[in-house]
Design a protein around this ligand. Sequence first.
Ligand code: NDP
Length: 451
Amino acid sequence: MDKFTQKYVDSFMAELTAKNPGESEFHQAVKEVLESVAPYITSYPHLLDLKIMERMVEPERVIMFRVPWIDDRGEVQVNRGYRVQMNSTIGPYKGGIRFHSSVNLSIMKFLAFEQTFKNALTTLPMGGAKGGSDFSPRGKSDNEVMRFCQSFMTELQKHIGQDTDVPAGDIGVGGREIGFLFGQYKRLRDEFTGTLTGKGLAWGGSLLRPEATGYGACYFAQSMLATRGKSFEGQTVLVSGAGNVAQHAAQKAMRLGAKVVTISDSDGFVYDPDGFDEEKINFIKELKNVRRGRVKEYVNQYPNAQYFPGERPWKIKCDIAMPCATQNEINAENAKALIAGGCYCVVEGANMPSTPEAIEIFQKAKILYSPGKASNAGGVATSGLEMTQNSIRQHWTAQEVDEYLHRIMSDIHDACTKYGTEEDGYINYVKGANLAGFIKVAGAMVDQGIV
Ligand code: NDP
């Protein structure tokens, strides 16, 4: 980076940090994008003059609201709800809703910012947003979750709609929560539209939407591996998380011939040296999605497996790592352990699971590394396909959706290669994804004037 560009990055970040104090995840996400796109911005001075980046980091709208509800003991509970509508330049706002005790404004803004670039990469017309609450469904009854969702939607419905903002699921928001949210939206607005995605199949959902993020990450990984003449066949894979993304990443990697040996939750991880098969994956799905249990229960069913409380899976030897739990779950120490254990490919299913220090270690070692905004875009892309099916009142077959998903992931890989290939041939997927997403959104912002 030349001196002028470095100065631009430094002063931009100083101003952003001062204006958004304490929002460390948001600062981290912006810095990563800015470092990729700053040389492009400084070589096209009109982008500087039009303050494109300054406008991109300022959400178009932030909605914060009280979510009161009554628990099963009759006590009043109060949570905080959010919707960050970051950028609607290329389409209606689109992005998930997260229910987790850690949710705060910084996390919402980082996710909405990332979503803007990810959605641009999908080739579909979707702007970027994110929402959620510091409510945790963990340990709550179905009735408590329903009452919370109804209260949350009572406010949120004022700000969303099929042509303005279309939320979906994320951590803590799966099929059950989308059902309760959609039911309340429909009741209050008296309309049946595709305003939420991730819906049940009987009421407007798309085949393959639950699988799409994990499957898409594996399709993206196939393209990455192919650049080195490799495939999933015979490779040992670590997966973190045990939720929607992890379950389907593990399932597809296994079906493509890999030996997937770990899953995790926030309490620890499970290592199964024999690898997962269809029966074991179905056990995990039932455990997490129906019984709402913890991963440690896996070893009761499969005693050959080991449970490591309070630890992450990254110390296990592997070829490929797929972090599918949450942000900053791979730090520098974990990154070093992965490389020491033989890992040559890291494919992010989660959003921003690697810290900046970890990314630097992967890239210096020249291993294959893709950021979530590229490799997990299959989820939102299939949400986009759900919106299309709702609009034309049709229901596509799983094969049709899967073909679209394959094509979209392959197009995203092409975009990363186009914008991210360095002089020595190394594909910098971070640079490629950020630049491809930025060029599309920035161009559209220039076209639409100062708004
Ligand atoms: P789920 O709620 O279905 O699963 C999340 C999993 O991650 C759970 O196993 C959870 O364990 C674990 N987890 C959550 N927080 C932590 C933490 N702080 N430390 C360790 N483990 C944690 O969520 P999803 O699978 O939907 O989402 C996972 C990731 O993928 C997120 O980063 C999300 O933003 C991203 N993503 C999801 C998409 C989707 O379509 N669902 C689309 C694109 C990205 P526990 O049960 O202990 O909380």
